[in-house]
Design a protein around this ligand. Structure first.
Ligand code: PMP
Length: 382
């Protein structure tokens, strides 16, 4: 399908791979295809690609002296962090803290810790749907070995005040390890691990125009971890398995090209977001995302219309959005419920998400699609 024929507004789910990243993957698959552990020159060339990507990503995270493990994605990075850090640091201090609005790759890893006998504190948003700096700080005590809180929520785009909170936590309890799922923030908002006071952080390639199936776990120098995957001892013994060189090389290239354009793309997302708020309100949508949320994610509701019905009707008009996870396998989204999604709108939520490639025409197509959807459904109902 030619690009102009549809409007892709589901970039928080995944993004289109940028041509330069696809070319990098192709080069690693067809020319530099050695195993990075092999000692011959083809292996060393592959190893150099991996090292180059590692250095690029560490630089983009603002800590060139940190460690970075390549993983199969953020799910593996989050699992490795939560389970692996707790195993190392929770021998005597079995208390861990997280929030109730995390991605399942974090929240379910904490469920696992609970099964293993850890005391898990899960912070719920307050009555206005916020997790405040004070809430995060006061949840930690001298028995806490780990706190994990995401930077940007993937359903509503709300930003958690982790920079201030983690700084205060580190001052009071320097031994408490801080982890953040940076997936929806990396290369979109400032994500310096130093400013955010992070010991550990995860990112995912396919959220920023690199291929699916690759991600990374950042660890501050000196932070130890019990590996989830054992075997050949790759990735400094912390993540065994032959490195996915084509995907890693592509991810490094995507980071290299987008690091210098964070501000420019942020401005672009902000103007699209403002435009969408106006034009979608004009066709009857209710805006659910807070004004200070990440401009890349906009949660809306069309009262009276079920999310899935809307999603499929929009699809017929070539507009791709997400149902906002309002219903997952018949269950209401725990996150939207936790974030106190306005009243009865929880079944009517759509998540719109932008990338640097999104255009104003995509929003126009969405607004038109919503009008057509209500006309279509009116015909069925009559
Ligand atoms: N965390 C967040 C906030 C996400 O949005 C996602 C992707 N839906 C993940 C983690 C998991 O990333 P991956 O698909 O790379 O496993």
């Amino acid at each position: 399908m030619p690009e102009e024929a549809f409007s892709y507004l589901d970039n928080a789910s995944t993004t289109k791979v940028m041509p330069e990243a696809a070319e990098a993957a192709y080069q690693a698959m067809t020319q530099i295809y050695g195993n990075p552990s092999s000692l011959h020159s083809m292996g060393l060339a592959a190893q150099r690609l991996v090292t180059h990507s590692r250095n690029r990503i560490l630089a983009a995270l603002g800590d060139p002296s940190g460690r970075l493990l390549f993983t199969s994605g953020a799910t593996e990075a989050n699992n490795t962090a939560v389970l692996g850090l707790a195993a190392k640091y929770g021998v005597r201090k079995k208390r861990v803290v997280t929030t109730t609005i995390e991605h399942p790759s974090v929240s379910m890893a904490f469920n696992r810790l609970e099964e293993l006998g850890y005391e898990v504190v899960r912070l719920s948003p307050n009555s206005v749907g916020e997790i405040t700096e004070d809430m995060l700080v006061s949840a930690v005590d001298s028995k806490t070995c780990l706190i994990s809180a995401m930077l940007v929520n993937n359903e509503t785009g709300c930003i958690l005040p982790i920079a201030g909170a983690f700084m205060k936590i580190k001052r009071k309890y320097p031994d408490c390890i801080t982890h953040s799922d940076l997936v929806q923030g990396f290369l979109k908002l400032p994500t310096s691990v130093k400013t955010l006071c992070l010991d550990s952080a995860s990112v995912s390639g396919h959220k920023f125009h690199a291929p699916k199936g690759v991600g990374a776990l950042y660890l501050k120098k000196g932070i130890r971890l019990s590996p989830l995957l054992v075997g050949g001892g790759q990735e400094q013994g912390l993540r065994s398995g032959t490195e996915a060189v084509p995907c890693i090389h592509a991810m490094g290239r995507a980071v290299e090209l987008q690091s210098p354009t964070i501000e420019k793309r942020y401005e672009h997302a902000l103007s699209l977001n403002e435009y969408a708020r106006k034009s979608l309100t004009a066709v009857g949508a209710v805006i659910l995302s807070r004004a200070d949320a990440s401009p890349y994610i906009l949660s809306i509701a069309l009262p009276g219309y079920k999310s899935e019905t809307l999603l499929h009707s929009l699809e017929e008009d070539g507009v791709y959005v997400s149902s906002g996870s309002a219903c997952s396998k018949g269950k209401k989204s725990a996150v939207l419920t936790e974030l106190k999604t306005k009243g009865s709108y929880i079944d009517n939520v759509l998540r719109i998400s932008f990338s640097g490639m999104s255009r104003q025409e995509d929003i126009d197509a969405l607004a038109k699609g919503l009008i057509r959807c209500s006309e279509r459904l009116a015909r069925i109902r009559n």
